[in-house]
Design a protein around this ligand. Structure first.
Ligand code: TRP
Length: 453
């Protein structure tokens, strides 16, 4: 990162660095862990189609809006929305978007960290040889062993939160640029290798049909809401994470091209992960709808058919942890920045304070897989409820407000000069999607998914 300008934030050294940081935030457990398992639980093809449509027609314009607002506001999301709200909409109440975002980030990270902990645990299992020659029955046993012990989960959840907090506390969030530059392409490469092997050893044809053959009978209103929620989750939208990064982007870059590259990378990673995992599922007669354990119970089987089994599994889970880690930083950063800027906390104190709250909340997700697994309300366990509330309600709601603000409160001239795309056509498309399609789409999917209409 270069610090040659006077902006207190510093700026991204290059356009590529910004793409890397936002894609580092976007590509995470959402792509590799969550996308396959919710696709499995919601019937495949038609769900994927709705998800892709939500990405393009709702996610993409809102991604652009977040970058745009962040770059205009130049501060943390709460201050940015307050300032822009006063300036363009006559009300500082727009800061609520940022406040809601801070809360949402905290809630998401509480369960995200628990799952990232599973991935860490699997690195250890890979190193200790437990993942060598795993068959379907073994894979289930190993996963059950991991999640059934609260102390085990607490250990890994704590380790993940501490490692996130140390980096964020030191304030080197943007120094991670360099590691993302190496880790992300590596993860991508390994996924491609896995894809190759799943075509050879797995049932890639069935996987392909499952993901891309549209069976609309299986599509419920709630599944559509989950697809929408996942579009937000996977692109890190709706809570100000991208807005916070946008504040560091130098002016003069075309936002539309940036956004399209990020969406492309994120979607490709998810689809490849889906292909790999479902190839293994169909080749081994596993259940597609097994839920959150899906990746952890399928990939070790795939690794067992690779040469250098242990190395492949260790490498994969290390990269998965790294991907989760670059995402988690963007989940906690808005809360930390807010405490620092609004309450004059030191950065370290703010980080450890927030991290502790997140860690405590995470215990409810830890127990959802063992002692509290029978404690079911609303959408399921505490874990299921945190996930549903944040991904499917809070993020799209935040996105709705962001889209309304960017589409309706910013004038044609202001937004067109800020978006700075070379072709006016793209700008008009963005504005149309932001004003009509995204807000109306979100509202309809909300009301329908919640059974109101
Ligand atoms: N997008 C990340 C993933 O797919 C998760 C994430 C990081 C996120 N930052 C976010 C989700 C902000 C919502 C909002 O794993």
């Amino acid at each position: 990162m270069s610090n040659t300008n006077n902006n207190i934030h510093g700026q991204w050294s290059t356009r590529l660095a910004f793409i890397l940081a936002v894609s580092g935030s976007a590509v995470g457990l959402g792509n590799i862990w969550k996308f396959p398992y919710i696709t499995g639980m919601n019937g495949g093809g038609a769900f994927v189609l709705v998800y892709l449509a939500c990405i393009l027609m709702i996610g993409l314009p809102i991604l652009m809006s977040e970058v745009l607002l962040g770059r205009m506001g130049q501060k943390n999301p709460i201050e940015t929305m307050r300032t822009l709200g006063i300036q363009y909409a006559g009300s500082g109440l727009w800061s609520l978007v940022g406040i809601l975002g801070v809360l949402t980030g905290v809630l998401i990270l509480s369960y995200y960290s628990v799952v990232a902990g599973w991935a860490m645990n699997y690195v250890y299992l890979g190193l200790s040889g437990t993942l060598d020659n795993v068959d379907a029955a073994n894979a289930t046993l190993i996963f059950t062993g991991v999640v059934s012990s609260p102390t085990n989960l607490i250990f890994w959840h704590s380790l993940f939160m501490i490692s996130t907090a140390v980096v964020v506390g030191k304030g080197v969030v943007h120094g991670i640029e360099r590691s993302i530059k190496i880790l992300m392409p590596l993860l991508f490469l390994l996924l491609l290798v896995l894809l190759g092997f799943s075509i050879v050893n797995g049932d890639a044809v069935s996987a392909f049909y499952f993901l891309f053959k549209f069976n609309f009978d299986l599509l419920t209103a709630e599944a559509i809401l989950i697809a929408l929620g996942h579009a937000f989750f996977t692109l890190s939208l709706g809570m100000g994470a991208v807005m916070a990064y946008g504040a560091y982007l130098p002016r003069g870059h075309s936002i539309s091209r940036l956004a399209i590259s990020i969406v492309f990378v994120d979607t490709i990673v998810a689809l490849i992960a889906g292909m790999v995992i479902f190839s293994v599922v169909f080749a081994n007669d596993l259940s597609i709808g097994q839920g959150p354990g899906l990746v952890f119970q399928t990939l070790p089987i795939a690794f067992s058919s690779l040469p250098l089994t242990s190395l492949a599994s260790v490498l994969f889970f290390v990269l998965l942890v790294a991907a989760a880690w670059t995402s988690s930083i963007s989940l906690i950063e808005p809360a930390v920045a807010w405490l620092v800027e609004a309450f004059s906390f030191s950065r370290q104190k703010a980080t450890y304070f927030i991290a502790f709250i997140i860690w405590m909340l995470g215990l409810l997700s830890v127990f959802s897989f063992n002692s509290l697994s029978e404690f079911i309300f609303w959408k399921g366990t505490w874990f299921d409820n945190f996930d549903f509330l944040t991904a499917n309600l809070l993020l799209p709601f935040g996105g709705l407000l962001i889209s309304i603000f960017a589409g309706w409160k910013l004038s044609f001239n202001i937004s067109s000069s800020e978006i700075n795309t070379t072709k006016l056509y793209w700008f008009r498309l963005w504005r149309f999607l932001s004003r009509y399609i995204a807000p109306v789409g979100i509202m309809i999917i909300f009301l329908d998914g919640l059974g109101v209409i």
